[in-house]
Design a protein around this ligand. Structure first.
Ligand code: FAD
Ligand code: GLY
Length: 370
């Protein structure tokens, strides 16, 4: 077991594992510390949609980050698949955002130029849509189709990053909890572990999802991350009922290669409560036959809960922690941590190894919260 590392990463979710992969690939001696298991948090629960253009996000740094990350996916997936032997199950069929009412159609069409300015997108009338997805409800008037917004299997992607980082000599301490940081002056020097030991390093990256804020309390630094509960169901039916991700407002159906369809999700301010609730199951199951009537008899196979790491402005917190040397943060990815994982890993690795980044990190600095 090492007692030193160049970089310690706290958290074995998709963000910590992508940072580990990008650093290890650059030759950095990395140790990831994960208290439960790789992908045991939201990263193992997420639907895996790579949707860069949720309707509420206007053009700006967050949009640019999402689109840049989307572009990195094909090469990143190929590299981690090869290095790890784990297939992240990339599905390239694209996404449909559907409208049931005239108002919904008008809203989607009004936003279309905005979407088109960053990514390929088109309006598809309902009848054309059902040529591709014959089981979709005849009540659907049409949809915005974005062929470049694809999907992966989140837990597999996270495991693939982790194994690929291991292939490049990253080390792991699983089942070990970080209970605090160590520091001298304004330089962070390592971490304190739950078993009473210390691990020293030149740099620490906090990628502990919604728990990240607890780790800097002793430094007097606030990381304003909070848990946003998401409940999600798995249903199953063969033959595969859908090929594309189907979105309606914030609810979605995400078909996987094995005939599973993920039905998501709730967005709840429920603290660290990880219960599946009756109301959520009722609401999510009600949504399924409205979109795809034939799925009313699909088998329910799993009920899951994850805690999204939310931030005050819904944008991630990335890069050096102001006022401290040797400390970076990578959290607050909220609904898009899977999508943003390649660009986050790349930028944090560049920031630590080169001191400069290929896209500006300033819009995502903790400093924006004052
Ligand atoms: P986590 O996955 O929470 O990982 C943090 C890890 O840190 C955990 O494993 C935890 O055990 C560990 N940890 C915490 N504290 C400590 C400590 N003190 N010591 C050691 N280890 C510690 N995003 C998308 O892009 N597309 C989607 O389709 C999508 N769908 C989603 C659906 C649902 C229902 C949910 C809940 C989320 C979804 N997301 C989606 C969001 C995405 O899951 C998150 O943004 C992302 O997983 C966050 O990753 P993370 O690594 O920051 O956090
Ligand atoms: N991005 C989908 C979700 O967070 O549920």
């Amino acid at each position: 077991m090492p007692t030193t590392a160049d970089v310690i990463i706290i958290g074995g979710g998709v963000i910590g594992c992508s940072v580990a992969y990008h650093l290890a690939r650059a030759g950095v001696n990395v140790t990831v510390i994960e208290r439960t298991g790789i992908a045991s948090g939201a990263s193992g629960v997420a639907a895996g949609m790579l949707t860069a253009v949720p309707e509420h996000v206007q053009k700006g740094p967050q949009y640019e980050l999402a689109v840049a990350s989307l572009k990195l996916f094909p090469d990143t997936l190929k590299a981690v698949h090869e290095a790890s032997g784990i297939d992240p199950e990339y599905i390239q069929a694209g996404t449909m955002r559907v409208a049931f009412t005239e108002e919904e159609e008008a809203a989607l069409k009004a936003n279309l130029p905005n979407v088109k300015s960053v990514i390929e997108a088109d309006w598809v009338p309902g009848d054309d849509l059902r040529q591709t997805e014959p089981l979709l409800s005849s009540e659907i008037r049409g949809a915005v189709y974005t062929p470049g917004e694809r999907q992966v299997r989140s837990a597999r992607l996270t495991q693939a990053y982790a194994q690929a980082a291991g292939h490049h000599r990253a080390r792991y301490q699983i089942g070990q909890m970080v209970i605090g940081l160590t520091w001298q002056g304004n330089r962070v020097t390592g971490v304190r572990l739950g078993d009473g030991s210390h691990l020293s390093s030149d740099h620490v990256v906090i990628a502990a999802g919604p728990w990240s804020g607890f780790l800097t309390e002793d430094l007097g630094v606030t990381i304003p991350v909070r848990p946003v509960r998401g409940q999600i169901l798995s249903i199953h039916r063969m033959p595969r009922p859908l090929t594309m991700c189907i979105y309606h407002n914030h609810e979605y159906l995400t078909p996987k290669v094995d005939g599973t369809v993920l039905v998501g999700a709730t967005y709840e301010e429920a603290g660290f409560d990880l219960r599946v609730t009756t109301q959520a199951v009722h609401d999510l199951l009600g949504f399924v036959p409205r979109l795809v009537p034939e799925l009313a008899d699909a088998q329910v196979t799993e009920l899951r809960v994850g805690l999204r790491p939310g931030s005050p402005d819904d944008a991630p917190m990335l890069g050096p922690v102001p006022g401290w040397e040797g400390l970076s943060v990578a959290t607050g990815h909220f609904r898009s941590g899977i999508l943003l994982s390649p660009i986050t890993g790349l930028l944090i690795a560049e920031s630590i190894t080169q001191g400069t980044t290929s896209m500006p990190l300033e819009p995502f600095s903790l400093a924006r919260f004052g």
